[in-house]
Ligand binder design. Structure first.
Ligand code: PMV
Length: 350
């Protein structure tokens, strides 16, 4: 079983150490988050559930600089610009506010997952940043508070705080904003013996044309299918919890696949339509159907991009990867298992 909680923050790394490093992994949702009820607080319309991966880590270092008048943000060795920089600085402002410390920071992030390609780079990115920035600014959040904090950077990051399977609660949407904020966080989901793998077909590693933020907003505002998907997603979650508790991989896969296809249907019906699937996506989906006809339990899920993730048994992963590779000769195929939650690097990360 992978470690499910963040490593405790060591006292010397906490009390104003002013420097910390953290590592986090992406997660892939089996029950999707699609649609917000509050954009500023990043509160979702529905609960979601994911598996944290053991590949594609993000490593982030944060160091406070008392002399600096602005934050310095480096992404994969280059200065961050535009929207990426704006989101990171806004997140640091939130942490500064919580810590009541005004110092600017030097942030250095290495992402091993292709950025912005619907492969959850924002999940590992903001989970690592939440853990490193909270420690560098001398905060001492527990895993639930870290999950809430990571959520403010990117909704799906709330789930990457935890290893294995994690459920992100949409929270209470009546009452005050503070109530809603406090009640929306992820937590680990207990599972029976399940030896899953996700075979990831990267069909196009370039950044996507429409951000998930924009696409979600448009879907909620204009898609006539949105409310019915949200209602069926609540049923899917209930079924998913039972399937995980029973270690029933086939039921887990069936529910995950229909939930993802339903999410894409809501976007196709948005005005104007958002379509992330490409011809290569459909070719891989056909190969997954063929695997099932051949008796291999394999089920597809897709996010805000053309890439396909195929859930299967670990024992079948090489065979599934071979079939998927044959269906998508131009792409790259990776095998992931369940990974660990976000954690601090020892000794401030350097
Ligand atoms: O966290 P965001 O804003 O990148 O949204 C991610 C949404 C999906 O990946 C499409 C689904 C999910 O639950 O991760």
């Amino acid at each position: 079983m992978p470690e499910q909680h963040t490593a405790p923050v060591r006292a010397q790394e906490r009390a104003g150490a002013a420097r910390a490093g953290a590592v986090a992994h992406p997660n892939i949702a089996l029950i999707k988050y699609w649609g917000k009820s509050d954009e500023r607080l990043v509160l979702p319309r529905t609960d979601s559930l994911s598996m944290t991966l053991d590949i594609f880590p993000t490593t982030t270092h944060v160091r406070l600089d008392a002399e600096a008048g602005h934050d310095t943000v480096t992404l994969n060795g280059a200065p961050a610009t535009g929207e990426a920089r704006r989101r990171i600085v806004a997140f640091l402002d939130l942490v500064r506010d919580m810590a009541k410390r005004p110092q600017r920071a030097v942030v250095d992030t290495e992402n091993t997952v292709p950025t912005g390609a619907g492969l959850a780079s924002s999940a590992s990115g903001f989970a690592a940043l939440a853990v490193a920035a909270a420690a560098a600014y001398g905060l001492d959040p527990d895993a639930t508070a870290l999950s809430r904090l990571a959520r403010r950077g990117s909704g799906s990051a709330s789930r990457s705080i935890f290893g294995g399977f994690a459920l992100w609660h949409a929270g209470r949407h009546t009452g005050t904003a503070a109530d809603a904020d406090l009640s929306s966080y992820a937590e680990p989901v207990p599972t029976a013996e399940l030896d899953p793998a996700l075979v990831i077909a990267v069909l196009n590693a370039g950044p996507k044309a429409v951000s998930s933020r924009t696409a979600m907003r448009r879907t909620v505002d204009t898609s006539p299918l949105y409310e019915s998907w949200a209602a069926s997603s609540r049923d899917d979650l209930a079924g998913m919890r039972v399937a995980l508790a029973h270690g029933d991989l086939e039921a887990v896969g069936e529910i995950a696949e229909r939930n993802a296809l339903g999410m894409h249907a809501t976007m196709l019906a948005a005005r104007p339509a958002v379509r992330y699937m490409s011809p290569a996506t459909l070719t891989v989906l056909d190969s997954v159907l063929q695997l099932r006809r051949d008796g291999i339990p394999a089920y597809a899920t897709m996010d805000a991009g053309p890439n396909v993730k195929v859930l299967c048994r670990r024992a079948d992963a090489d065979r599934v990867a071979g079939v998927v590779r044959g269906a998508a000769p131009g792409g790259s195929v990776h095998i992931a298992g369940p990974g660990r939650g976000a954690r601090l690097l020892p000794g401030g990360g350097r």
